[in-house]
Every structure is written in structure tokens, then in C-alpha cells.
Design a protein around this ligand. Sequence first.
Ligand code: SAM
Ligand code: SF4
Length: 360
Amino acid sequence: MQDIQTILDKETLEFNDIVILLKTEGEEQKMLFKKAQDIQLNYVGKKVFYRGLVEFSNVCSKNCLYCGIRKDNKDVERYNLEDEHVIEAAKFAHENNYASMVLQAGERSDEHFIERVDLLLKRIKKETNGELGITISLGEQSEETYKKWFESGAHRYLLRIESSNKVLYNQIHPNNDEHDFESRLSCLKNLKKVGYQTGTGVMVGLPWQTFEDLARDILFMKDFDIDMCGMGPYIEHQDTPLYEHRNVLWPIKTRFSVTLNMIAILRIVMKDINIAAATALQAIDPMGREKALRIGANVIMPNITPTLHRKDYQLYENKPCTDEGAEDCGNCLSMRIELADREVGLGEWGDSKHFANRNK
Ligand code: SAM
Ligand code: SF4
């Protein structure tokens, strides 16, 4: 096997190199992290940008086999925040200098929903003097809808590919037109075409997923030339169909460690993109997100959803901070970021440098 340092010194990482790096532990993993850290500091610096996250509804028309708020889970109490509460949260983000927010929800593509999001975007822009940057994460929509929302003020979009291996994608989704791999790919292409800073990502440690799959995920993101990435460990939820396959899962600590390796490798491969430290990391390790910030991640999404409904947005078990108010969340985070030897980029949108560079 090749020496890890020899691999890390290469100009370009090939598939086999990535597989080897993904498997690193102990001292070898530290070498990987050191390299990713150097690249992070050189290309995106010490700054970490906030995106105040509002999970405004858990109503979903889809049935992804891994997700706790899938349509067929009847044990979920469904909610839809009042528009006023969404606007309040946006104002909170603005007043606290978060500079950006993320609007996320279950997926819906009915006319009512499309119009509602459109109005929310326009209102948020108006009430914050156009100063609050908006990322949305509302799943698969038509190109027309993506355009409409873009024109109303959203300028970044997160749509995870979940896995770039079509066979695995089909294993973790129902087999029907609503959950079609090709449609997801074409949505990602449309997002770029419309002009969004486009983000994608995968879950790490899914049942049947291999190191080779994950290496291909990294190369998929590189080939697709994404601007942002959000990826986190897969965490099982007992009220989902995938739960019955929990016996084939990697131990939770392995999923955590391999997620950090994914983040570090992606930072090495795509030097100037934005990478989010996913909340799911913190569900496994109380310092999970801070660890990610030290080895490549530069975006964090403090949850600013009104506390009352946080417990109902349970995608997976042990989701953290479901009982803390937005202010507690913010204070706790800035402390954590300083502990990770990073600085909060308050008041700055912190757009993807990669997006700016590829549109020069
Ligand atoms: N409905 C939109 C969508 O699917 O893009 C946005 C919300 S969805 C809950 C956001 C992300 O949560 C998904 O892309 C998926 O990767 C992640 N997720 C869902 N269930 C999960 C689980 N059990 N463990 C880890 N992440 C999960
Ligand atoms: Fe709905 Fe998104 Fe969960 Fe799929 S991952 S069931 S689209 S909320």
C-alpha cells in the first residue's frame, strides 16, 4: 500500500487514492486532517459562516426510506410554522448578524406551497432590506419553480444527491417516479442553469454503502463542479423502513470518523467550496461539528426554528438542540467555534468562493 504522505503530496487525487484516504484512522488520519486544515486555511481561511436554519414544516409528500418525517410515518405530529414566525426567525438572524438563513422543509410541489415560499422569500428580503442571504433546501422542483424562487431572492440551493451510486440510491428510496435518480440529477443541473450557488452532499454510512461508493461520491461532486456541500452521517430512525437493515450498518463511531474523512478529502479535492458542518455530526459526538470545522468545514447552520416545533423535525434519533431557543444556540455556537480555533464571519454572506471563481 502506498505511503499516506506520498498520496497527500500528489497534485490530483485519483479514485484509488481516495479509497485509501477514506480508510485512514489514528496517525494516518491525523496526516489527512493536517493536509485538509492547511488547504482550508490557505483557500478559505479561518472564517466560519452562519446560516440560521428554519425548518418551517415537516409535511412531506415523499417517502425516502431513511427519513423520520417521510409521508407514511404516522407517528409524526405534522406542523407548518405561521408565516409570521418564519419572518420573526429571519429578523432574528438579521439582527444577530448571521447574514444568511436556510429555509428547509419536507418536500412539496403543490401550487399553494410554491406560492407560499415565493411570498416568504419576497417578505424576508423586504423586511431585512435585502441584506439577509437566503439558501433554500426544498427538494426536487420544476425548473420554472427554481427560477421563480431565484428571482424572488433565494440565491443558494441545497439538494443532496444522497448517494451518487444509482443502485444504492434505488435501495434507499421507494421504486417509483417520485423518487427517481435521474430526476434528482436533472434537478441539480437545473439549479446550476438557473444561477444558484448549488450545493449537494451525501449521507455517510448508509446500509450497503462501500468506501468505493464514497470515493465516487467525492469524484461526482468534483465532476459536477458543485459550489457547496453538506454531508453527514446516516443515523437510523426506528420508524423508517431502512431501520430493519441496521444490522449491516457500520458502528456509529465509524460513520462519524468516515464522515470527517469525507469532509477532509473533499476540502483537498475542492479547495474553495463551502462545506457545512452537519448537525448530524453533533448527534454522535458533542464536539462533532467543531471537529469538522477544524478539518475543512467552514459553514455552520445554527437552528433558529421556534423551539416549540423542533422536536417534530426528527429526521433521525437523538437530533441535538431540539429544546434550546435560538439565542442559546447562537451563544453556545460562537463559543464552540472559538474553541475550534475558528472565527465567526458575522455580518458577511460568506458566499462560495468557488462560485465566484468559476463565474469570473
Ligand atoms: N426535503 C428536503 C430534501 O429532501 O432535500 C429537505 C429536507 S431533508 C430532511 C434534508 C436532508 O436530511 C436530506 O437530504 C437527507 O440527506 C437528510 N436526512 C434525512 N434522513 C436522515 C437520516 N436518517 N440520517 C441522516 N440524514 C438524514
Ligand atoms: Fe421528505 Fe426530504 Fe425526508 Fe425525503 S429526505 S422524506 S424529501 S423530508
